[in-house]
Design a protein around this ligand. Structure first.
Ligand SMILES: Cc1cc2nc3c(=O)[nH]c(=O)nc-3n(C[C@H](O)[C@H](O)[C@H](O)COP(=O)(O)O)c2cc1C
Length: 210
């Protein structure tokens, strides 16, 4: 297959300044609702990019578990690769790619742990198996084999039954944005890119060249 010839025109919609919400959280909410309604798989899946203090980047998918004017929340292992990077360098970026809508949203900012009580509440809402896995999985560390993990899971199930406590190594992060970019694919690769930047408490909107 000739990958270089794999092309598609983006024709679905445009993004005009007059249609943008002045507040980027409201704009995100509008697009997120449309992503939910469109029936695409995992509309809350996003790529999280982090970097070490020295600037070596890494990226992976995580799930958005809430957003409001304070920021965008996801849950993970605090001692995973991403967790360790966020502890040394709290600058991060989230990227949603909703191909079916020919849309992409990038959100940049600073990340902080969510308060323990908020992580407790979310942890308690997870299915039992997911709670037990969070307890036993040393995320991002090498493990000898899959059987080891399964044995640890069985042991944890016996020990904690249906009430495993949230381990202190697992919880939420909230990214507080200072930049958003909304991208809508357009004909002839003349895409729309509208960027919100926080400048002195207010959001400034700029169009960027595609
Ligand atoms: C669609 C999708 C959603 C995911 N959601 C999460 C998540 O919410 N939290 C998480 O820790 N890992 C999630 N993962 C797994 C991560 O992508 C990653 O493998 C894991 O967090 C370890 O990353 P790290 O070693 O870079 O820290 C998800 C993977 C996929 C494909």
């Amino acid at each position: 297959m000739d990958l270089a010839a794999l092309r598609q025109e983006y024709m679905r919609a445009g993004l005009h300044e007059k249609d943008l919400a002045p507040d980027p959280f409201a704009q995100f909410g509008n697009w997120f609702d449309e992503a939910l309604q469109s029936g695409i798989a995992l509309p809350n899946a996003m790529t999280l990019a982090t970097a070490t203090k020295k600037g070596r980047p890494s990226a992976r998918a995580v799930l958005l578990k809430g957003f409001d004017a304070h920021g965008f929340v996801f849950y993970t292992h605090y001692r995973s690769r991403k967790g360790r990077e966020l502890e040394q360098n709290p600058q991060a970026m989230l990227l949603f790619c909703w191909e079916e809508l020919e849309r992409q949203v990038g959100i940049e900012g600073r990340v902080e742990r969510v308060p323990a009580a908020e992580s407790d509440r979310y942890f308690a809402s997870r299915p039992l198996g997911a709670r037990l896995s969070a307890i036993i999985s040393p995320q991002s560390e090498p493990v000898a084999n899959r059987e080891d993990l399964e044995t640890r899971l069985e042991e944890a199930a016996k020990r904690w039954r249906d009430a495993p406590p949230r381990p202190s190594h697992w919880g939420g992060y909230r990214l507080a944005p200072d930049r958003f970019e909304f991208w809508q694919g357009r004909r002839d690769r003349l895409h729309d890119r509208l960027c919100y930047r926080k400048s002195g408490g207010a959001w400034k909107i700029e169009r960027l060249a595609p």
